[in-house]
Design a binder for this molecule. Structure first.
Ligand code: ATP
Length: 210
């Protein structure tokens, strides 16, 4: 059995996203996850062809490079490219099972924003996900989550936890829109992403007006 110091189960976090681009709230979430859940490692996983995102994503190599720039210097984070390398649609359950197989006896923690939790019931094999992972949810709005929202997942309703994170009303959609706007607005957008990501976006002229 794979164990961390002290003989306890290895605590593995998973934080997936399009990261198109990764922004300051993503970084804050990753740091909070490592701290609050005492993780041995947090796998930050850029998603491949996510079945639920209608929009065409930026090229995988750009999203991976930006994720490495945003998260690579955080102690405990591994930027994990496995979903980008997997052909076809990517499902979280497959990634969780693979991590479990690689780390027998580990405890998995899946970190998602409240918008993702809202559609969790539609995720592929969501009850199987709940069997193998604890779900930690970061709120994205003022309307705090209530226990009732977890109860529909009974008997797995005890598998949900809250990740405490100050509200950061920022999204990649908003950043892409701002970058495609006038120069002054694009300047504001750049402040919402880590500096290295800002330089990368500017170097490759990503998200500019078409
Ligand atoms: P988009 O606007 O393109 O949908 P996004 O900003 O939601 O992007 P994703 O890469 O889709 O970013 O998100 C990855 C994960 O981070 C998701 O679980 C999402 O809910 C969470 N997340 C994104 N932004 C925030 C935020 N401001 N606060 C809390 N969680 C967030």
């Amino acid at each position: 059995m794979s164990t961390s110091a002290g003989g306890q189960s290895k605590r593995i976090g998973v934080f997936g996203g399009a990261f198109d681009p990764p922004h300051n709230a993503h970084v804050a979430l990753a740091r909070a996850a490592l701290e609050q859940y005492d993780l041995d490692v947090l796998h930050v996983i850029p998603t491949g062809h996510a079945w639920h995102k209608a929009r065409a994503l930026s090229a995988p190599e750009h999203r991976l490079a930006m994720a490495r720039l945003a998260f690579g210097n955080i102690e405990g984070v591994t930027v994990d490219a496995r979903e980008l390398q997997r052909p076809g649609p990517t499902f979280t359950i497959d990634t969780l099972k693979a991590l479990q197989a690689e780390n027998p006896g580990c405890q998995l923690y899946l970190f998602i924003g409240a918008d993702q939790f809202a559609t969790f019931g539609q995720w592929h094999l969501c009850r199987e996900i709940l069997e193998i992972a604890i779900i930690c949810i970061a709120d994205r709005t003022e309307s705090a989550l209530t226990q009732t929202e977890f109860d529909v997942y009974a008997p797995y309703n005890h598998r949900f936890f809250i990740l405490k994170l100050p509200l950061m009303p920022v999204s990649a959609t908003q950043i892409r829109q701002m970058l495609a706007s006038d120069a002054a607005t694009a300047e504001e957008a750049i402040k919402l992403v880590p500096d290295a990501v800002a330089r990368y976006i500017s170097h490759y002229q990503l998200y500019g007006p078409g």
